[in-house]
Write a protein that binds this ligand. Structure first.
Ligand code: CP
Length: 300
């Protein structure tokens, strides 16, 4: 359900398979041309999506499988059918469920009652599929050994930040979080990562925390469901990733953003369209990382 519930070898295996599928060596990676033929994935969305929806659909189809999309408000979930009953029924029809929901409890309930794999397509607490794509991108640009690298998150400690923090425990990079008081990353994520050997540095000085970074990451200041947009904008304005802030990172640092971006808010055009940006590689890697996730979930 997030990167604290998977061991490093399994995570590496998913990423390696994603890299192999991206290189087109699917036959090597899986031994078959259409390895998911006869398999069906259902995608449940209670929140908006472009990348997650399209990349999962394309991934499934390219691997030979089938996909069904359930919009939360158009299924019986939207009229009060329980997650538990939905999980039991879907388990009789399909081979895996991906769910995007605000509440981590709903994801956990789906996983508890389903008898098939359940994939976390984002909750307010975590976004592991995104961070697997981010890790693929970082490995492509900085090499597969990420120990000793520095990744700086600038912005509020949101669901994506939480999954990045957990990734640091698997890959040995230093994770720095620049965020204002009141919008810090989840304490549970930080404590789990530290207990598992990660070096996590938190503070409220983005310039100091970006200094010497190999990778700078940010995200929208107002996530789906956040109510206090004006207050968040005021708090987060000093954390904008702009050309001046990027100048403190290493000259060959990469810039990442999971998208959608709010240009002029958390990032300037000059950065997202500039030489450090790898955001289009990152977006593409959603497709490849999720192929790795699907192959692991459905084939082992
Ligand atoms: N980054 C991400 O999850 O994009 P979508 O909201 O478009 O799926």
């Amino acid at each position: 359900l997030d990167l604290d519930q998977i061991d490093t070898d399994t995570l590496l295996g998913i990423l390696e398979r994603g890299h192999a599928l991206k290189r087109g060596t699917a036959a090597v990676a899986l031994g078959l041309d259409k390895p998911l033929a006869g398999k069906t994935l259902v995608l449940i969305f209670e929140k908006n999506s472009t990348r997650t929806r399209v990349s999962f659909e394309v991934a499934m189809r390219q691997l030979g499988g089938d996909v069904i999309v359930l919009e939360g408000d158009k299924s019986q979930l939207g009229r009060g059918e329980t997650i538990a009953d939905t999980a039991r029924v879907l388990s009789r029809y399909v081979d895996a469920i991906m769910i995007r929901t605000n509440a981590p409890e709903k994801l956990a309930e789906m996983a508890h009652y389903a008898t098939i794999p359940v994939i976390n397509g984002l909750t307010d607490a975590a976004h592991p599929c995104q961070v697997m794509a981010d890790l693929m991108t970082l490995r492509e640009h900085k090499g597969t050994d990420l120990s000793g690298r520095v990744v700086t998150w600038s912005g509020d400690g949101n669901n994506v930040a939480n999954s990045w923090i957990k990734a640091a425990a698997h890959f040995g990079f230093e994770m720095r979080i620049a965020s204002p008081d009141g919008l810090r990353a989840d304490r549970g994520a930080v404590e789990w990562a530290q207990a598992n050997g990660a070096r996590i540095v938190e503070g409220s000085d983005p310039e100091a925390l970006v200094t010497g970074a190999d990778c700078v990451v940010t995200d929208t200041w107002v996530s789906m469901g956040d109510q206090d947009a004006t207050n968040r904008h005021n708090l987060l304005r000093p954390y904008q990733v702009n050309e001046s802030l990027m100048a403190h990172a290493k000259p060959d640092a990469v810039f990442m953003h999971c998208l959608p971006a709010h240009r002029g808010e958390e990032v300037t055009d000059g950065v997202i369209d500039g030489p450090h940006s790898v955001v289009w590689d990152e977006a593409e890697n959603r497709l490849h990382a999720q192929k790795g996730v699907l192959a692991w979930s459905l084939l082992g």
